[in-house]
Unconditional design. Structure first.
Length: 536
């Protein structure tokens, strides 16, 4: 079976907004800067180089020095590969640029698509280096350490079992202690079984989560172990030195609320789609170790919701200057923060992420910051050779397996049947017979015309019912083979949803080990708009 089978647009798993973006619909042109193709990256390189390396009130060389200093500090507690250390050093050069993806600190990486985001980022950097050898390209994973939605990240699914980390959490998740993860490990250990790969996974979990004091450090260690060979650089934006670079933009947001105005100007362009994120008047949180609450402006004061903290304008600007690390950008400000501190060309994300990035172009323009190229991450269906062989025997294409289950059931019943389960010819013949009756009826009174129309509807309906009954009868005849088809689809699409959004990488790693990531790096092509089937 061929592995490249279906475009994102045809897969049925992407929103109308993302499909229209991928199809480069003209009505969306105003919402992005450049479409992701190699020719446009040359233009992006030129623009970002000019803006980042010398403008925006802070010299680009100074920004790069701060960035390297912060990364060296953040990497002190782990052993980075030579390629990663080299990439960090390359960031000091004005001809070095980044490609970035971001993700939450999901327990043990969460669903599979965490891997696909990073592989997409790594492989795009390789492709850009091949196309533009005079430049350097560094893959960046931006850890979402300042998020506070613990319920989204406190679990992963292994072989249909949801493994939970049960504890309270109130502040930024990156600062959360790893207390209680020994209980999670005990459950995981009892489920994973035996074998060399199982032992490797258990050691990886223990070293990441039981030997590091907070979730940010644990996630950095885990991701570095999985992708160090690829030169991945991991960054934590929850840092005072990085926030100092962002102070002018924090100040603008506090005093002028530009994001609110600009995003609200953009939202009407998205009226035919569902808007992903609505802006706040102030798109900043105030954070401490156990606190992340919105900043609001009420009665002439800046207040932190659900606390007694209140500041005058002068006081909050002083707080910002003295403690920039206490000001945390929300989902609409974080992209600006990232693009201000990184020499970034492209952001790689899922459909939901790209949907909120598409709200931000006019806001970026108002801040004189280059809007990055937006690239939809690779999507993947992992299948074993055994499953591929089974699909062949059942005469299934990968395209068949992406179908809605009821549609798949009906289509395969019709293909297995010895005769055509389609009464369209009979319906057309019936309609032609009624054409003469309609002409005759039109020459008489309306009551007869009504009777003819009613009879036509009744007989067409009768044929449709017979068609349904024949399909149902054929399903019973071929029940055994149909059950095998549906069982295979259920293996590949758990709960009739995308595998990549449900299954944890450990489920495949326990069988295939490091070959899993090596295969992904070999197979994924980030600029191709195809849902990739990877057979292991």
């Amino acid at each position: 079976m061929p592995t490249d089978c279906i475009s994102y647009q045809e897969s049925g798993y992407f929103s109308a907004l993302i499909n229209d973006y991928l199809n480069e619909k003209p009505e969306l042109n105003a919402l992005y800067h450049r479409f992701p193709n190699l020719e446009n990256f040359k233009l992006q390189l030129d623009e970002k180089g000019k803006k980042f390396n010398g403008n925006n009130n802070i010299n680009g060389k100074f920004k790069r020095e701060i960035l390297i200093s912060v990364l060296e500090k953040q990497y002190q507690s782990i052993v980075a590969s030579e390629s990663t250390l080299n990439n960090i050093n390359l960031l000091n050069q004005s001809n070095t640029f980044t490609v970035t993806t971001g993700h939450q600190l999901n327990l043990f990486t969460g669903p599979l698509y965490f891997l696909y985001k990073i592989v997409s980022t790594v492989n795009l950097c390789k492709q850009l280096k091949h196309k533009f050898p005079e430049n350097n390209f560094v893959p960046i994973y931006w850890m979402a350490t300042e998020d506070h939605d613990f319920e989204e990240i406190n679990h992963f699914t292994f072989k249909h079992k949801k493994i939970n980390w049960n504890r309270d959490s109130f502040g930024p998740v990156g600062r959360l202690t790893t207390e209680g993860l020994e209980n999670v490990f005990a459950v995981f250990e009892s489920e994973i079984g035996i074998g060399n790969n199982a032992e490797s996974l258990k050691n990886l979990f223990k070293k990441a989560y039981l030997e590091h004091s907070n979730l940010a450090d644990a996630t950095r260690y885990l991701t570095n172990e999985l992708f160090a060979k690829e030169g991945l650089v991991i960054i934590d934006g929850d840092d005072a030195d990085l926030k100092k670079i962002f102070i002018p933009y924090i100040k603008n947001e506090l005093l002028h609320q530009t994001a609110f105005a600009k995003v609200n100007e953009t939202i009407p362009h998205l009226e035919k789609y569902s808007v992903q994120v609505n802006p706040r008047e102030i798109n900043l949180f105030y954070i401490e170790d156990h606190l992340r609450e919105r900043i609001v402006f009420e009665n002439g004061k800046y207040a932190v919701l659900n606390t007694k903290l209140k500041f005058s304008e002068e006081e909050i600007l002083t707080e910002m200057d003295n403690h920039p690390e206490k000001f945390s950008p929300n989902v609409l400000m974080r992209p600006l923060y990232q693009e201000v501190i990184l020499p970034n060309l492209c952001y790689i994300g899922g459909g939901g992420e790209l949907a909120y990035w598409l709200e931000l172009k006019s806001f970026f323009e108002s801040q004189n910051v280059t809007f990055p190229i937006l690239l939809l991450r690779n999507s993947v269906l992992l299948a074993t050779e055994k499953q591929a062989t089974k699909a062949d025997k059942l005469q299934l294409t990968w395209r068949d397996l992406f179908l809605n289950q009821q549609e798949l059931f009906n289509q395969k019943t019709k293909s297995l049947s010895n005769f055509t389960i389609d009464f369209s010819p009979q319906k057309e013949a019936l309609k032609k017979q009624f054409e003469d009756l309609h002409k005759m009826a039109e020459a008489t009174d309306n009551s007869f015309l009504g009777a003819v129309k009613a009879q036509e509807v009744k007989q067409i309906k009768g044929l449709e019912n017979l068609e349904k009954r024949l399909l149902k009868a054929e399903k019973r005849v071929h029940q055994e083979q149909l059950n095998r088809i549906i069982a295979l689809q259920n293996e590949l699409f758990p709960n009739q949803s995308l595998q990549e959004r449900k299954v944890n990488f450990a489920e495949f790693y326990v069988e295939f080990g490091e070959a899993l990531i090596e295969k992904l790096v070999k197979e994924l092509k980030p600029l191709e708009q195809e849902f990739k089937v990877v057979v292991l």
